[in-house]
Design a protein around this ligand. Structure first.
Ligand SMILES: [Zn+2]
Length: 327
């Protein structure tokens, strides 16, 4: 037995010694490296350095990459939402607050003043009222109410914006547009005449003009041989009836230099129409006439190279392109 118990005892001592050395080594390794032991990991432990590291990562995630990713995601989501919304759902309404001007509002929405003018029927550009509601387009452009005789092509040409862009922006299912229908014209720029016209429309005092006589357009409004042509020329045989483009009062009826036999009619809101080179005048100064009344007969008087009517529309003395005003 003793022969047997001695080696048995040695084995027990040996195992005990190994356990001591092993746990000692683990203890020392644990305190030197700071690495958690397997049972510690199982209960979710760690040391201060690990915790500090984890906190740092979390902070970076919330401030750094993660937030950037969130923003990118949000931006993409916004674009997706925007694309699925119709243009009318994307248009905002702004209620004018104290101290605001068209300029500050445009700046706040990152558009230009002309975009606000082009999307609203403003009676004034300088004076806007507190509480006044403004239509804010999501991009530069304007709104256009379809008028009689207009097509997508004429509107496209008028504002120099491709037809496809108008169709896409307004999600039009058909190329047929209805009178009175409101269209958003993206990227369109208002001319000074357009702005003037819109102001007058909003004030309700806009005279509507008709073509004073039929005839081929032989010369348009604008620069011609380095000189400004202040009206439109309509070629027609001598003696063609010339009609008042709009109702008003005759303020000139007689010979006037280059104009030859001239009739000038004064209309509301600073408008004036001029009819030149006539062969015969049919009205007197001071006479009130209706739209369509025969005021003269065409001719070739004054500085003229052939029988035609030279027709002008002026606003406060400033010549306009008549073709833009004729309905
Ligand atoms: Zn002319």
């Amino acid at each position: 037995m003793p022969e047997h118990s001695r080696p048995k005892g040695l084995v027990i001592y040996g195992i005990a010694l190994l356990i001591l050395i092993g746990s000692g080594t683990l203890f020392i390794w644990r305190s030197l490296t700071g690495h958690p032991l397997f049972w510690e990991e199982n209960i979710g432990g760690g040391n201060d350095e690990d915790l500090a590291y984890l906190e740092q990562v979390e902070q970076e995630n919330s401030e750094g990459f993660m937030r950037e990713d969130d923003d990118t995601y949000r931006l993409e989501a916004d674009i997706l939402v925007a694309e699925s919304l119709s243009i009318w759902e994307r248009i905002k309404t702004h209620e004018v607050q104290k101290g605001e001007s068209l300029w500050t509002i445009a700046k706040d929405y990152n558009i230009d003043v002309d975009t606000i003018i082009g999307a609203n029927e403003l009676k004034s550009h300088d004076k806007i009222d507190i509480g006044q509601k403004l239509t804010i387009l999501p991009f530069k452009g304007l709104t256009h109410r379809v008028e009689k005789g207009e097509s997508l092509w004429s509107i496209s040409k008028r504002y120099n914006v491709p037809v496809e862009e108008i169709i896409e922006t307004n999600s039009l299912a058909t190329q047929n547009i209805k009178i009175g229908e409101m269209l958003v014209v993206p990227g369109a720029i208002l001319t000074e005449a357009d702005k003037e016209r819109r102001l007058l429309l909003a004030r309700g005092g806009l005279p509507l003009f008709i073509r004073p006589a039929s005839g081929r357009i032989s010369s348009r409004f604008g620069m011609r041989w380095g000189k400004m042509h202040q009206g439109v020329d309509l070629a027609m045989p001598v003696g063609t009836p010339i009609r008042a483009a709009s109702a008003g009062k005759v303020i000139k009826a007689g010979t006037a230099g280059d104009y030859g036999q001239l009739v000038v009619i004064k209309h509301p809101e600073g408008f004036e129409t001029r009819y030149a080179h006539n062969s015969k005048i049919n009205v007197k100064i001071g006479q009130y006439i209706k739209q369509g009344d025969i005021i003269a007969y065409s001719g070739n008087t004054g500085r003229s190279t052939g029988p035609h009517l030279h027709f002008e529309i002026r606003v406060n003395g400033k010549p306009q392109d008549p073709l833009k005003w004729i309905n």
